[in-house]
Design a protein around this ligand. Sequence first.
Ligand SMILES: [Fe+2]
Length: 214
Amino acid sequence: MTSSLAVSSYSYFPTQVYQFDLPEAEALNEQLMTLISALRSVDEEGIQKSNRQELGGWHSRGVLQKLPEFEPLVNHVREAGERISSDLQYDETQELQISSMWSIVNPPGAFNLAHVHPGCLWSGVYYVRAPEGCGKISFTDPRLAHIMNKPKYSPDRGAPKKCWTKVSFTPVGGKMLLFPSWLYHAVEANRADPDDGNGERVIISFNLSQRKRK
Ligand SMILES: [Fe+2]
């Protein structure tokens, strides 16, 4: 239907997810796998957070940013934080610094419950190993009223992106996603072949908070 009305459409309260693709990720991921395997060998149980320990999901302690071996990844995260700070016009005397960083390993069958990351501004995930079918990460619209009241969209075209209430990303080795820490997210069950020796889904996750730049 054509209209003679003058239209302005505003899109407020966006929920931004940033994606960064790290350079030379293959070599970096090989190093990270060695480091994570070493951490697991001395802390087999790990800790219980969004992971399901009973399904074999392992969660390291959240201090990886303090270990010098993780510096190459820490530097990439810092660079991503600078990009976001600039994009969102944050105070230049402040910088996004890593307040915690940890690894999660999900063997086939393991998943992560929906959760948020309290006490920080931005959170992120970097994919170290992402075999086929290892479980997408999904983000849910935090505006519950938006989820409750669903319009019918065009059967041919579906809902436009700006009206989605859920979005999923397929993990790819070398990809890093950053999202607001208040954004609910969950990880699907890893459906990679359990007989494949490389079926584990391995990530490094982190939280960022604004601190006075030194
Ligand atoms: Fe998380």
